[in-house]
Design a protein around this ligand. Structure first.
Ligand code: AHM
Ligand code: MG
Length: 344
């Protein structure tokens, strides 16, 4: 406790006490993840002062230009989590193959996937970015893990979380028992519980989508957005507000705070390139879906629950529609109607 406040360390240890047979392994792993996020937060905060802005001059496995901070954050995550003996392997947006634990360290029973710096197109313009992570159990040979060991549906996640590096740095976590938010107190270097039991309001009048892709959207998405834009002159009888930060962590955090819907749907342009979506299943869509569902929201591709997708590859992409339940249900219903009509 810090002056009557609960630190994230205390919170995690107290949660562990409710789990029969818990060894402290998971608690300790989560502490290392928290440390990595604190280091990244510190670098993001210092920005140009410590020379971390700008392009790295390299591309990641998705063919996207890497920022210096993408590469640095990835290294921080690897170094913070490789040594303690909790992990069998790691996988990241920034690495094509899984990361094997160096032979000098013991291996453990968990798998960690992460996007070390999501929304990194925002770094140089000083807009919020974040880290997303997901923890799975290694169910195969934990001494010799392969990429196949990671290919578990989102329903198997032990824990998911994100760190948001915004006006204040926050950590939001779920272990399947609700969602809790912590704010980094820079003075003591600890995340402190500030947002217990976060829940997403079921109704909302705010949507988030990159409207520049509008001409490529599928009919159900066009229909939903058109109705929002018509406001109180259309069938929704209500005016809607729109936001697009281009940083999924900030977008999801807003939805956890005041409701809303976030969409990065599949569109014709992606299909023509053979892509299944923009966002990645294992370290973006699944952890965010776990958090959103635990906060009473809903998450879907438009056609299926994201967390039930059986992954076929590490860097698989999926359409993402998540947020307040009634709105996501509406978009899913529009997809269903559209697909049924098309089949008929
Ligand atoms: P990144 O992981 O390469 O940063 O990309 C993911 C980000 C999401 O945070 C955000 O929702 C989306 O990409 C923004 O895409 P766009 O630039 O098309 O608006
Ligand atoms: Mg990302």
């Amino acid at each position: 406790m810090q002056n009557g406040r609960t630190t994230i360390t205390q919170f995690i240890i107290e949660e562990q006490r409710h789990i029969q047979g818990a060894t402290g392994d998971f608690t300790s792993l989560l502490n290392d993840v928290v440390t990595a996020c604190k280091v990244i937060s510190n670098m993001v905060n210092h920005g140009a002062l410590v020379g971390v802005l700008g392009a790295a001059g390299t591309e990641n496995v998705q063919g996207e230009d890497q920022k210096k901070l993408d590469v640095i954050s990835n290294d921080v995550f690897l170094q913070s989590n490789e040594w303690a003996g909790h992990l069998a392997a790691m996988a990241s947006e920034e690495m094509e193959d899984i990361y094997h634990i160096p032979s000098q360290y013991p291996k453990g029973k968990y798998l960690l996937t992460f996007d070390p710096l999501d929304g990194s197109s925002n770094i140089d313009v000083n807009v919020s970015v974040g880290t997303i992570f997901s923890i799975l159990r290694c169910k195969g040979d934990c001494q010799n893990p392969t990429a196949d060991d990671f290919l578990q549906p989102g329903t198997e996640q032990v824990c998911a979380g994100y760190a948001l590096y915004g006006p204040s740095s926050m950590m939001v976590l779920t272990t399947g028992n609700g969602v809790n938010g912590f704010t980094l107190d820079q003075n003591i270097g600890e995340f402190v519980l500030t947002h217990p039991d976060m829940t997403i309001p079921t109704e909302t009048r705010e949507f988030a989508i990159n409207a520049s892709n509008g001409r490529f959207w599928e009919a159900p998405v066009k229909r939903y957005v058109d109705e929002c834009l018509q406001g109180d002159t259309g069938s929704r009888d209500n005016d809607f507000n729109m936001r697009w930060i281009a940083s999924m962590v900030a977008e999801v955090h807003r939805i956890l705070t005041r409701g809303g819907i976030f969409m990065y749907p599949i569109d014709e342009k992606m299909k023509s390139k053979g892509l299944q979506g923009k966002l990645r299943l294992m370290y973006e869509a699944n952890p965010m879906s776990f958090i959103v569902e635990q906060a009473g929201g809903m998450s879907s591709t438009g056609r299926e629950r994201i967390m039930e997708i059986a992954p076929s590859e590490l860097h698989q992409r999926v359409p993402v529609i998540l947020g307040s339940k009634t709105e996501v249900e509406r978009v899913v219903a529009y997809h269903k109607e559209h697909d049924t009509d098309a089949a008929a």
